[in-house]
Design a protein around this ligand. Structure first.
Ligand code: AMP
Length: 249
């Protein structure tokens, strides 16, 4: 059984991003980039399924410029068997990525596609859902537990106020939530091994996909700055301020 794992190169989650002075976006020049954390969880899950003997091949795929090769090498160091880079310098929106992934699903015929539930840069939470629709596959989003047996997957999902368990017939699309697993540390020997693994590059045109953006970002703004705090002399003043100024009690 093949598993396809889409991995996105994003600004590292520890970086405090700055909005460009002209408000057109976020400044990512000279900023540390890493694999989207939810995608690391997706790779880890696919590799664990391989280690259990359920899966035979884990294919990582990244869509973006040539630097996304680094992200694919990280996926291969975690344990993916090979990588596919869909190389383009165009800005990619979730619909374009979903179409590229649909073309790769047609080509590779995986039984499972495991994506992150959302990319921490655009916070879209759309790609997995759009892929499932385009490929006409069942989907289970926000997975906190995945079990695969035969041609069925049982997925526990984190929903408001509890957990929902659903059964899917493969092939299917799953998106990962934070508590699905804790990705392993990538070791130096595995980084070295990953350098020798197969990495193919294709262009969106090769897959017959038009990736032109369908949305235009009008403005990006910093969140409002937090005002300075004050000291209150006693509890009565605090309660009074919470009631009459902040109006939170
Ligand atoms: P989003 O819909 O943008 O929040 O992204 C959800 C998931 O789709 C991510 O966690 C990735 O698994 C996948 N994805 C989004 N963009 C890309 C990309 N450029 N390359 C590979 N996978 C992506």
């Amino acid at each position: 059984m093949k598993v396809l794992v889409p991995v996105k190169r994003v600004v590292d989650y520890n970086v405090k991003v700055r909005v460009k002075s002209d408000g057109t976006g976020v400044d990512i020049a000279n900023v540390k980039m890493s694999m989207n954390p939810f995608d690391e969880i997706a790779v880890e899950e696919a590799v664990r399924l391989k280690e259990k003997g359920v899966v035979t091949e884990v294919i990582a795929v990244s869509c973006g410029d040539a630097k996304s090769q680094e992200t694919l090498r990280t996926a291969m160091a975690i344990g993916a068997d090979r990588g596919i880079l869909v190389e383009t310098s165009e800005e990619l929106q979730p619909l374009a990525v979903a179409k590229l992934l649909k073309a790769l699903v047609d080509k590779e015929q995986p039984q499972l596609v495991i994506l992150g539930k959302q990319a921490i840069d655009d916070d879209a939470n759309q790609t997995g859902q759009m892929l499932a629709a385009l490929a006409d596959l069942p989907q289970a989003t926000f997975a906190s537990k995945v079990e695969v047996a035969g041609d069925k997957a049982t997925v526990t999902r984190e929903v408001d106020g509890g957990l929902e368990t659903v059964a899917l017939t493969l092939p299917a699309v799953i998106t990962t939530d934070l508590r699905l697993n804790e990705p392993r540390y990538v070791t130096l020997p595995n980084i070295m091994k990953a350098k020798k693994k197969q990495l193919d590059t294709v262009k969106p045109e090769d897959l017959g996909v038009d990736v032109k953006p369908r949305l235009k970002t009008l403005k990006v703004a910093e969140p409002p700055k937090r005002g300075a705090g004050i000291k209150v002399p006693d509890v009565a003043t605090l309660v009074d301020k919470l009631k009459n100024e902040a109006k939170v009690i």
